[in-house]
Design a protein around this ligand. Structure first.
Ligand code: IFM
Length: 435
């Protein structure tokens, strides 16, 4: 990697990202059961039925891991708090031990000169709330606002930034329509409600945190570039529908107070009554927008199929261990488009980018990061106000339905001994981040 900090704008921030359930070890410290525990315990959902009970044992190795982040020279560390660790029942009683852990984490970052970037929800919904319908339940925004108040009330004075929910598309679509993530539903009505409630919950949390004086509030969405598999008008329309569901539903809701017609074609009959009245909450003003970017997809129309009537076509270039096409141009195009059509002058952060690769040493990961950082530079040259870039992930961890098989880390984790060993990519980044 032949970059220096001077190759990016003044104040540009570099960081690494993780999430609670993927690294902490959920069995420790009084955390409550989550819907990922029951999803993983159901045969067929997760590779080898693996769950986050032990994960990387980060809960017991906090200082070692914070030293790894410091050794990288990262400016910011993006992490999440676990709702079920903080409030094991989802509402009501607070687990003091859980909050103390996050307090130590934030202070440990600040002591090392690293800015804490908090995400309040990265997918491990407390099971008692899942039992009541989870994201389908109209009470979800109230439950989430209460949780946000507890966490922001304790940590908010020391955070660099806060985002309520990681990747609303995954919370809504992937988990309720595709059934690939907990709670594993394949139900259009559940999807419509979850997609809407996740955005209302986001807005309520922003309002609560702003009221508590928390600074630098944003939203983190995952976006994919969609390309028609052919020039046929049906395929072009299929790619447009995919773009609407994956990207424009969230960008439109957050930044324009509207949902795309192509999504309403399928979901409107299932949205909760009065959904149009929620846009002022969903649009609560933000200080920045975050994009998690990994790949693009090629879409084809599926004749005689119900909405959304599209299918993903085979990739055309090199892929990662996830089978995701490596297509950095799409990051440049998306950043430019986001700024032009939705976010304007708002700073944009690439809040996640990285690749799954079991190779170690990992020149392929270095190449992937290099290509995507060049795409960021190109977007900046086109005028997109990109202000930071975070690598997913600090270390190998629990990759949800794919268990511990897929390795996204800059640091290798031996899941038998839990030993951490920095990979070549870690050293490459440290060389220029540390200056
Ligand atoms: O591991 C996930 C993370 O939890 C959310 N964004 C994508 C990553 C890679 O799949």
């Amino acid at each position: 990697m032949n970059f220096t900090r001077a190759d990016f704008p003044d104040g540009f921030r570099f960081g690494v990202a993780t999430s609670a359930y993927q690294i902490e070890g959920h069995q420790f410290g009084g955390a409550g059961l989550t819907h990922w525990d029951s999803f993983a315990g159901t045969p067929g959902n997760v590779v080898r039925f693996e769950n986050g009970a032990l994960a990387c044992d980060h809960y017991n190795r906090l200082d070692e891991d914070l030293d790894l982040i410091a050794g990288l020279g990262a400016d910011v560390y993006r992490f999440s708090t676990s709702w079920a660790r903080v409030m094991p029942e989802g509402t009501g009683a607070v687990n003091g031990e859980g909050l103390d852990f996050y307090d130590r984490l934030v202070d440990g970052l600040l002591e090392r000169g690293i800015s804490p970037a908090l995400t309040l929800y990265h997918w491990e919904l407390p099971q008692p709330l899942a039992d009541q319908g989870g994201w389908r339940n109209v009470d979800m925004p109230n439950w989430f606002a209460d949780y946000a108040e507890v966490v922001a009330g304790r940590l908010g004075d020391r955070l660099w930034s806060l985002a309520p929910i990681n990747e609303p598309w995954c919370v809504g679509w992937l988990s309720h329509f595709d059934g690939h993530h907990a709670p594993g539903l394949r139900d259009i009505r559940a999807t419509a409600r979850a997609m809407h409630h996740v955005l209302v919950s986001h807005g309520r949390a922003i309002q609560v945190c702003k009221g508590l004086g928390v600074q630098n509030l944003g939203a983190v969405c995952n976006f994919e570039w969609s390309t028609p598999a052919s020039d046929a008008p049906e395929d072009v329309a299929a790619a447009t529908r995919y773009d609407a569901i994956y990207n424009r539903f969230f960008l439109g809701g957050l930044f324009k107070g509207e949902y795309p017609a192509e999504v309403l074609d399928g979901l409107e009959p299932h949205l909760p009554n009065g959904w149009q009245d929620d846009f002022p909450t969903i649009q609560s003003p933000l200080d920045w927008a975050g994009i998690n970017f990994y790949t693009r997809k090629r879409l084809a129309h599926v004749p005689n199929a119900p909405w959304p009537a599209y299918a993903e076509m085979p990739t055309q270039g090199p892929t990662t261990d996830m089978g995701w096409e490596i297509y950095p141009d799409a990051l440049q195009m998306f950043l430019t488009r986001m700024a032009r059509e939705y976010t304007g002058d708002l700073p944009i952060y690439v809040t996640e980018n990285g690749m799954a690769s079991a190779t170690n040493p990992d020149p392929d990961r270095i190449e992937y990061l290099d290509q995507h950082l060049r795409a960021v530079q190109a977007a900046i040259a086109e005028g997109a106000p990109v202000a930071g870039y975070f690598v997913w992930s600090l270390m190998d961890n629990y990759e949800w339905a794919l268990g511990y098989e897929k390795r996204f880390g800059l640091v290798h984790v031996d899941f038998d001994t839990l030993a951490r060993t920095p990979k070549a990519s870690y050293h490459a980044l440290a060389d220029w981040w540390r200056g």
